[in-house]
Design a binder for this molecule. Structure first.
Ligand SMILES: [Zn+2]
Length: 423
């Protein structure tokens, strides 16, 4: 199918450059979705462009999410799954996304890249060895004063261009395809408002990853521990024999955190415990601790460890009572995805057909897909070619965007090719 493919009406790079200029930064701790009004600008633009691309059932939800679908173009789509593709419109609250001024470094010939409007911002080969693979490519960076928003406008541009390619090339067979662009991914709340039912896909992919070829089916399993220390307050002038200061127990507990099981000392598949926010007071102190592991047995062990440390602290501080409360935050999507192995197999095959060498690494975090997977929509994560998310050094490249798009086109086609045969 490769030889006779007509190009899209607009290139994925041109699309990307238009989208990143639109400020869609989300904000933490807001009551509403979307957390910022600016996200509507891109969502409404995308809705209009989807209609121009011939998507008939475009709808925008009250929560700033746009949904649409492309009908199957095979004679008999019976037994073919509806395949979904999802990206998010918002950018990280960590770095400003206003007035993004993308810079194209054409035919990159190696060496460090100094960003023109803040020359202290340098993408170095030493810290970004991937640059060696980008010789001859057109690298797209910021001007040094904002983030780029490749996370996740690369995913959006690739999905939109995939639709464009299918429109230009009706000979490429595919089943029904659902697409959605979501709000407030970066602040973790948007996906709760995602309408899985209305989306109508049987399986889906978030297009929100990094390095070309990287496909993820594993996220953390995550729990949140809240440890509360109860003491007894008294007027300090008359506190003798009465006051029990919970702050000392709190400090003792923290000093017992295992030094080799922290975010700053672990990587790869090793889990961690992470005390990250707390309150210290005589009467009552508390600390919130993130528990993270790829295996539930690992989380269970972390939980036992925290409880053991808490009881030892309690023994050392007579009069102090300690309570440990643990809640589940999200689970490793692999628990579900392992029962749908064709999702990873098809994605790997699609990447190979695009000329890439696919690989998988576990994500030391969560994705929107991990939540969707447990809501009944199995959803691995695909690369976008982007790097250094949430920073002024964020970059992608022409090849990154083009190969991501090509992979999506192959992937939708592979479902039609393979699942029809086995249906
Ligand atoms: Zn993202």
């Amino acid at each position: 199918m490769r030889t006779s493919i007509k190009p899209p009406a607009e290139s994925v790079v041109d699309r990307f450059l238009r989208y990143v200029r639109i400020d869609t930064q989300s904000a933490e701790d807001r009551e509403t979705v979307p957390s910022t009004e600016t996200q509507w600008t891109l969502v409404n633009l995308l809705a209009g462009e989807l209609r121009q691309l011939g998507v008939a059932d475009v709808r925008v939800s009250e929560f700033c999410m746009v949904y649409g679908s492309i009908p199957a173009n095979v004679a008999d789509a019976t037994g073919l799954p509806v395949v979904g593709f999802i990206s998010h419109v918002d950018t990280s609250p960590a770095v400003t996304g206003a007035s993004v001024n993308p810079i194209i470094h054409r035919n990159y010939q190696g060496g460090d890249i100094v960003l023109p409007n803040d020359r202290t911002q340098i993408i170095t080969v030493a810290q970004h060895p991937v640059l060696d693979q980008l010789i001859g490519d057109d690298i797209i960076t910021t001007d040094g004063t904002t983030l780029l928003g490749s996370d996740d406008k690369s995913g959006i541009a690739a999905i939109m261009t995939m639709i464009d390619v299918f429109r230009q090339n009706p000979q490429i067979e595919h089943g029904r395809i659902a697409v959605a662009f979501t709000a407030d991914e970066e602040v973790g709340v948007g996906i709760e408002k995602f309408d899985v039912e209305a989306f109508g896909a049987d399986v889906a992919y978030t297009v929100d990853g990094g390095m070309l070829g990287e496909i993820n089916d594993e996220t953390w399993s995550a729990r949140l521990a809240t440890v509360t220390f109860y003491g007894k307050s008294a007027h300090p002038g008359t506190a003798k024999g009465v006051m029990v200061n919970s702050i000392y127990a709190f400090a003792d507990f923290l000093s017992c955190m295992p030094g080799n099981m922290l975010p700053e000392t672990t990587e790869g598949r090793a889990g961690f415990v992470h005390p990250y926010a707390g309150v210290a007071d005589v009467q009552e102190s508390s600390i919130r601790v993130l528990l993270r592991d790829f295996e539930r047995t690992g989380l269970d062990a972390q939980e036992r460890l925290l409880r053991d440390i808490a009881s030892e602290t309690e023994r050392r501080f007579p009069g102090v009572t300690i309570r440990v409360e643990i809640k589940e935050s999200y689970r490793n999507m692999r628990e579900v995805l392992q029962h749908h192995p064709h999702l990873m197999e098809h994605a790997f095959e699609a990447a190979r057909r695009a000329g890439l060498s696919p690989f998988t690494v576990p994500i030391r975090g969560g994705t929107d897909g991990s939540k969707l997977t447990f809501r009944g929509l199995p959803c691995p994560n695909l690369f976008t070619g982007g790097h250094e998310f949430h920073s002024k050094l964020e970059f992608n490249s022409r090849r990154g965007l083009e190969k991501t798009t090509e992979t999506l086109v192959h992937l939708a086609h592979i479902f039609a090719e393979r699942d029809r045969q086995t249906a």
